[in-house]
Design a protein around this ligand. Structure first.
Ligand SMILES: Nc1ncnc2c1ncn2[C@@H]1O[C@H](COP(=O)(O)OP(=O)(O)OP(=O)(O)O)[C@@H](O)[C@H]1O
Length: 230
């Protein structure tokens, strides 16, 4: 379980507060107006920001003071962070070893991850020679290989068209179900939230609210969220 315990962080004149729990293996959307603090919430989990007060816990263990690399977390941002000079296989292999000195068994795992995301045989290509959707798959394969229990997604597929985006969300949901990962996904798109996340954390007026069922929240949104969703 992921737990924010009376957590608060201030950035400039903005303060975000969170006191909530997300169960293991749950998929949760994070929704709120622009500038409401969605990326800030994820940064507290990833360890890119430290709270001014309160604690962040994973499975009862206090991770507040752990640096990002020692947290049980992997992150997928919109900018997929693929290295252009490395091949697809190497980009994925980075999920296992940053120095890319992979054993034969690790190479097999890279090949398997590429197969899982539908990119069999593409391991020697460079990212620039792939479509946007294929590049997203490479980034997803790398995240899968890291196999961390907590997955943070910040508008990961926003640059893709609607059909491709929904295909990627389906793929992600299948893979997440297999791995029992806990997922927090920032999205501006209510369709994505409904399709992917049974529950949603609403961020409003400087507060991240405990997760509530996504459908009812979006069917009858509070005024601020209604204005934002249009
Ligand atoms: N480095 C910073 N210094 C000062 N204030 C910051 C900094 N980064 C973010 N903020 C402020 O924190 C607030 C929350 O930002 P955050 O990026 O978490 O919002 P968001 O909900 O992810 O927004 P968006 O949907 O536009 O990406 C904003 O009001 C922003 O101005």
């Amino acid at each position: 379980m992921l737990e924010f315990r009376d957590t608060a962080v201030t950035r400039g004149d903005f303060t975000l507060r969170a006191d909530l729990r997300v169960g293991r293996g749950r998929r949760v959307a994070v929704i709120g107006a622009s500038g409401s603090g969605k990326s800030t919430l994820l940064a507290l989990v990833g360890g890119f920001l430290r709270p001014d007060t309160g604690r962040v816990l994973w499975d009862g263990q206090d991770i507040t003071d752990l640096p990002p690399g020692r947290r049980p977390v992997s992150v997928l941002f919109q900018d997929q962070n693929l290295f252009p000079h490395l091949t697809v296989g190497q980009n994925v292999g980075l999920g296992l070893r940053p120095d890319l000195r992979l054993s034969d068994a690790q190479r097999s795992r890279v090949a398997q991850a590429l197969e899982d995301v539908g990119l069999t045989g593409m391991d020697t290509r460079r990212p620039a020679t792939l479509s946007g959707g294929q590049q997203s798959r490479v980034a997803l394969a790398r995240v899968l290989l890291r196999a961390r229990p907590l997955l943070l997604l910040d508008e990961p597929f926003a640059a893709l068209g609607p059909a491709l985006k929904s295909e990627m969300l389906d793929l992600l949901a299948r893979i997440v179900a297999d791995t029992d990962a806990t997922v927090l996904m920032v999205t501006h798109d209510p369709h994505d939230a409904r399709a992917f996340a049974p529950k949603t954390i609403l961020i409003e007026d400087g507060r991240a609210h405990p997760p509530v069922p996504t459908g009812p929240l979006l069917d009858d949104p509070p005024p601020g969220l209604r204005a934002y969703l249009g």
